[in-house]
Design a protein around this ligand. Structure first.
Ligand code: ADP
Ligand code: ZN
Ligand code: ZN
Length: 709
């Protein structure tokens, strides 16, 4: 009977979907239902992609269990998954594994937990010996309805809570809304125009580029543009970069709207699924989330916002290498709703799309609340002797700002103490034994660390080659800069902010709280500091070394460097006091740097985009990167050679060794493919046939790669 056959995508790296029979006794699962099926010699949970198939196979295996008869995922997400499988050339079953929350994949129930918020009833409490219960009850009477998690945080036990619920002294309560009647600022003319434009597109697909200088009040535009969506009972998805999702960000939305949810990688699997389910049920009206939140199921999504849309964290760099930014546009178009891409430094892809009329550009040319843009100054370091990477001139500028009670931010995109340990006698350098890479010297704890494979080694006393005792650290990392400025500017605190000092959003928040007390201080940090944060008292931003980024061989490096410089510069002068940006460079004549300083990011982007078009690079032409790695280099190279021979109608560059040619003892190669248009590229990629892959070899297709080196 053909109508009892379903097609299942199984969570395995296979491009096919499989037919199964549904036993007579069981109702037919809907498309999008989770179904347990026998596969190989185990059972797996797959997703039903069709329930009306004519199977050519006479003897089908039967479905073991139908977890949901109705759809677990809305049809729109199934279509998105199918599209991704084709676009990213990734197996269907694995696409679902990315789209669904982990707990959903493992078969967890789709029940939404009852609310965990508790209020006191009016029943008199007269048990004099139950001190713990008395104390908990008093706490709730004092604080009003309280979340169970907050009670635990305050030192109470769940058991005590249960007893009070059982005796009727406490009952479940709806959590009190945290939003205040805070008076929102009056939008500027530019903000108001942008808000109106976005509002006018509600109910149909339209993509906007909201290009607003740092501090121009893009968030205020988002908050107001979403008003009519929420008033009509709709939902809004706000994507933010990984590190920007701090309680600060959340609070800005909560102050305005009642049911705001959060989705990010620090949640437990259960919490993620719960949030996902609440969005699916329409209980959350604004979801703020990082990359994978783009896959959340919604009952009535009405608007998508991608904040800091240029940010690299929107691109997944392993497994299914998707771009959440691009998928946001795809989803918006499928749902006929508007999407807004906001940035002070839009990706060249996005500018290209707006140049071609695919996105409408909305501009916020000046800072909100009257703050002025920072002024740029270049320090020519040629012929100067720098002490710990800081020129005399910069030293004096730092002193001046601290004396004027300003805060100073020093930007250096390299963590650790120094990126090399060198023998002064023979020139030997400490290398990672597992990778083709230098080891970075770290202090606290003092060790050599490989930033590629994570290996940690003791710091040797003597040179490995010649036994000489004079090993010196060469080059500058954030730890060294921190040490150096702490010794020179003893009157102010120095805060280092990088992945070694800040491992969670809570830690980041704690640092920011200290910094935002406003007293003079120096911050030393990596790109972590560049992302969207608001430091009202920073008056000086210094870029210690602007050159490295512009000199890299990656064609995207100038774009990324310009974005970083403008973003980090954007931390200066965000409040009443104007800001200054000082840039140290060995190449003051560098045309890209000069263009950026003279014409701003837009001017830079136009020049760089013209260059990309001339070279036939993205976004002018689509690109894919094939990567292969193996403990046996010959194998990887051979595979890429074979794939290249199958791609004769594409422009191929390579195969060549990857920039770090060996990581954790596996050799890595890459082959860059360019085509004149998408359909040529995708036809070619779909035709690739690698043949039998040895166990030691791994390879991948990366469509629209972010890193091309
Ligand atoms: P962006 O995201 O564009 O860098 P923000 O949204 O963080 O900028 O806004 C910067 C600051 O300006 C915030 O403190 C915000 O509250 C304030 N702001 C935004 N719009 C206005 C306005 N129209 N009037 C006064 N202040 C505003
Ligand atoms: Zn030596
Ligand atoms: Zn290593």
């Amino acid at each position: 009977m053909p109508d009892r056959t379903v097609q299942i995508a199984v969570p395995r790296p296979l491009h096919a979907v499989y037919d199964y029979a549904v036993p007579e006794a069981s109702p037919l699962p809907e498309v999008g239902a989770r179904v347990r099926v026998p596969f190989g010699n185990t059972n797996v949970i797959g997703i039903c992609t069709s329930n009306s198939v004519d199977s050519p196979h006479p003897k089908l295996k039967a479905v073991t269990e139908v977890l949901d008869y109705g759809s677990a995922i809305p049809e729109e997400l199934i279509d998105l998954a199918k599209w991704m499988s084709g676009y990213y050339h990734h197996p269907m079953g694995e696409v679902f594994a990315t789209v669904l929350p982990v707990a959903a994949r493992k078969g967890a129930s789709f029940e939404i937990d009852p609310p965990d918020s508790w209020a006191a009833t009016h029943i008199e409490f007269d048990n004099k010996r139950a001190h713990a219960q008395r104390s908990l009850l008093d706490y709730i009477r004092e604080n009003g309805p309280t979340a169970g998690a907050d009670l635990v945080e305050a030192g109470y036990r769940r058991e005590t809570l249960r007893k009070l619920v059982a005796s009727g002294h406490i009952e479940a309560a709806l959590p009190e809304s945290t939003h205040t009647a805070e008076q929102p600022p009056q939008p500027s003319k530019a903000q108001a125009d942008a808000i109106e434009a976005i509002k006018s597109a509600i109910g149909r697909y339209h993509a906007y580029l909201l290009e607003g200088v740092t501090g121009s009040g893009k968030t205020e535009v988002y908050l107001r543009a979403m008003e009519p969506v929420i008033a009509a009972g709709g939902q809004v998805l706000v994507l933010v970069p990984e590190i920007a999702l701090t309680p600060q960000t959340l609070k800005r939305f909560q102050n305005r709207y009642a049911s705001v949810g959060m989705m990010h990688s620090n949640l437990t699997d259960h919490e993620r699924l719960q949030t996902w389910l609440k969005c699916r049920a329409g209980e959350i009206s604004v979801l703020i989330g990082t990359r994978s939140a783009v896959f959340t199921a919604f009952s009535k999504l009405g608007l998508i916002i991608v904040d800091e849309e240029h940010d690299s964290s929107y691109k997944q760099t392993d497994g299914l290498r998707y771009s959440a930014r691009d998928l946001a546009a795809k989803r918006a178009s499928a749902l006929s709703i508007p999407v807004v891409f906001g940035s002070a430094t839009p990706a060249l892809e996005t500018i290209h799309n707006s140049d071609r009329g695919r996105y409408t550009r909305l501009e916020l040319p000046s800072r909100a609340a009257g703050a002025s843009m920072p002024t740029y100054h270049v320090i020519d370091t040629r012929g100067q002797s720098l002490r710990d990477g800081i020129s005399n001139e910069l030293h004096h500028v730092i002193r001046k700002h601290l004396d004027n009670r300003g805060q100073v931010l020093l930007f250096l995109n390299r963590r650790g103490f120094s990126p090399a340990l060198l023998c002064t006698s023979c020139g030997w350098q400490a290398m990672c034994p597992e990778c083709d890479a230098r080891l970075t010297l770290h202090k606290q704890p003092r060790q050599l660390m490989c930033h590629h494979c994570g290996l940690r080694l003791e710091v040797p006393e003597a040179c490995d080659e010649c036994g000489h005792l004079g090993l010196i650290p060469v080059g500058l990392g954030t730890q060294r800069t921190e040490d150096a400025v702490a010794q020179r500017f003893t009157d102010v605190p120095v805060y280092r902010i990088d992945r070694d000092t800040v491992r969670s959003n809570a830690q980041l928040e704690a640092r920011f709280d200290k910094i935002n007390t406003g007293a003079p201080a120096i911050m030393v940090g990596t790109q972590m500091l560049a992302k969207g944060h608001h430091f009202p008292n920073v008056t000086l931003v210094a870029v210690l070394n602007a050159d490295a980024g512009f000199l890299s061989g990656d064609f995207r490096a100038p774009e990324r460097t310009a974005q970083l410089i403008v973003q980090v510069a954007g931390r200066a002068g965000r409040a009443e006091r104007p800001g200054e940006v000082w840039i140290q460079t060995w190449q003051p004549q560098n045309p890209l740097l000069n263009r950026l300083i003279e014409k701003g990011y837009r001017g830079f982007a136009e020049l760089e985009l013209a260059e990309r078009r001339k070279m036939g690079l993205p976004p002018a032409r689509p690109m894919a990167m094939l990567r292969a790695e193996s403990s046996n280099p010959g194998e990887a190279l051979e595979l890429l050679g074979k794939l290249k021979s199958q791609s004769s109608n594409l422009e191929c560059m390579g195969p060549v060794p990857a920039p770090v040619a060996r990581i954790a003892n596996r050799s890595r190669f890459q082959l860059m493919l360019l085509a004149d248009n998408r359909s040529v590229l995708h036809t070619a990629l779909a035709r690739l046939s690698p043949g039998k892959i040895p166990r030691t070899l791994r390879w991948s297709i990366d469509v629209d790669p972010y890193d091309s080196l």
